[in-house]
Design a protein around this ligand. Structure first.
Ligand code: ADP
Length: 424
């Protein structure tokens, strides 16, 4: 029997089965593709018989692929941005406004979680996870006023920490706010330490200084002192008086930096009257040093605050204006005092200006002028004694009164201090 015939038949049958299966699968695939094409074409209202429309289908496939590529790229970019946000030294919280003054959390990075009292915070209201109504208040204020707001806030829970909190508008949706928290605990603790040190040191210096002053006074009253000894003792007396002033200023500053004590003496102040009194106080002196001292004020302008402290501010600024104008060789020496009101968005602001034509302040010094112990190059003001505490005290008093101070100055031309108070 010829087996080769049978073998050939078997091989042929196998090949035919394989071929039939292949054709079947390909047809199914082709049908699926055609169905998809038909679906897309019916949705897009395209005629497949038309070769140009068929081309559009091919193009769409390419576009879809390129979208997928773009989507993947965006996804990676987003992942990178999130990982940067998570590693930031600053806390970042994204919140959105919900009906009835509720602020909900949309996102918070690792650092921000330090101020949360719960781990499960997403979508929750801020009040349920942050134990600090000052933060809630400034966020609500930002929603109400539609403005960026920043403030220093102390958190007691979960840990005592100081943060500088900035509430910023977003450019994508007005119902959202970004909160940026900068941890300033270290700086604040150092500042507290410095304040404590200065208060203790000033207290300790007060007693020996009053003993020295007392003995000096007694010795200087003696008749048999020779001239050179008297001269030396007078220098010691002057320097000792300077040191006493410094100690008193530092003790005063210690009291000022406890606003709760200061607030107890707040009342309605007739600022117009106080400015007029300050003017009268310096008027005689200004004539003696040949300075043309002028005043222009609106009557009955009032603010809320501590009258003695506000007098201290006005006194300091006029004293400086007269001192640093008297140093000028110029004939034309003026100091002007102005008080007037300004209306801004239904709020009455009271503006106090002290302007002089004195030696002025260079632009590089302007930033530092309100710093503690800052004095400009002593050689230019050798005749004038001071330790650079005056303007620091002025700024601290005004901060306590929520008043702002601005400064404009030009070297050898003059200086303008402008204070803006909230009127009552
Ligand atoms: P002090 O307590 O020593 O008087 P202040 O804090 O009042 O110091 O002022 C700091 C420095 O600012 C002064 O040393 C002075 O150089 C400068 N300054 C303040 N006011 C004026 C002014 N009106 N014109 C020019 N310089 C001024």
């Amino acid at each position: 029997m010829d087996y080769s015939y049978i073998l050939l038949l078997i091989i042929f049958s196998f090949v035919s089965i394989f071929f039939i299966v292949f054709i079947y699968k390909y047809k199914k695939l082709f049908n699926n593709y055609t169905n998809l094409k038909n679906k897309i074409s019916s949705k897009l209202n395209i005629n497949l018989k038309n070769p140009s429309d068929d081309y559009i289908i091919h193009q769409s496939k390419t576009i879809i692929n390129s979208f997928k590529e773009k989507y993947d790229k965006e996804k990676t970019k987003r992942k990178n941005i999130y990982s940067i946000l998570e590693d930031l030294e600053e806390g970042v919280i994204l919140v959105y406004y919900h009906r009835g003054d509720l602020i909900n959390i949309d996102y918070a990075n690792n650092k921000a979680k330090e101020v949360f009292t719960l781990n499960d915070y997403l979508g929750k209201s801020l009040t349920s996870v942050v134990d600090n109504h000052n933060l809630i208040d400034i966020i609500l204020k930002s929603f109400k006023t539609n403005k960026d707001i920043s403030d220093e806030i102390l958190f007691y829970s979960p840990e005592k920490k100081y943060f500088n909190c900035k509430v910023k508008l977003t450019n994508f949706n007005n119902d959202f706010r970004i909160i940026i928290l900068t941890d300033i605990t270290k700086e604040k603790n150092l500042e507290e330490l410095r304040k404590e040190f200065l208060t203790i040191m000033s207290h300790e210096l007060r007693t020996p200084l009053s003993v020295i002053n007392g003995y000096l006074e007694t010795i200087l009253m003696e008749d048999n002192l020779d001239n050179s000894n008297k001269k030396m003792l007078t220098i010691i007396e002057d320097e000792s008086a300077r040191l006493t002033r410094l100690v008193n200023d530092l003790l005063d500053l210690g009291r000022l930096e406890k606003p709760s004590l200061e607030n107890m003496n707040y009342s309605k102040i007739n600022l117009s009257r106080l400015v007029q009194t300050s003017y009268n106080f310096f008027n005689m002196l200004s004539k003696e040093i040949n300075i043309d001292f002028n005043i222009s004020l609106e009557d009955d302008l009032s603010i809320y605050g501590n009258e003695d402290r506000i007098f201290q501010v006005i006194y300091n600024l006029i004293d400086n204006a007269l001192k640093f104008t008297s140093l000028k060789d110029d004939e034309n020496k003026n100091v002007d005092l102005r008080l007037y009101k300004e209306k801004n968005n239904n709020m009455v602001e009271i503006i106090l200006e002290i302007e002089d034509t004195g030696i002025g302040i260079s632009s590089k010094e302007l930033q530092k002028i309100f710093d503690m112990f800052y004095r400009i190059d002593k050689s230019r003001t050798r005749q004038i004694t001071g330790v650079g505490l005056g303007l620091y005290i002025v700024k601290t008093i005004l901060d306590n009164h929520k008043a702002r101070i601005y400064l404009e100055s030009e070297e050898n031309s003059g200086t303008l201090f402008r204070i803006s108070f909230k009127g009552v």
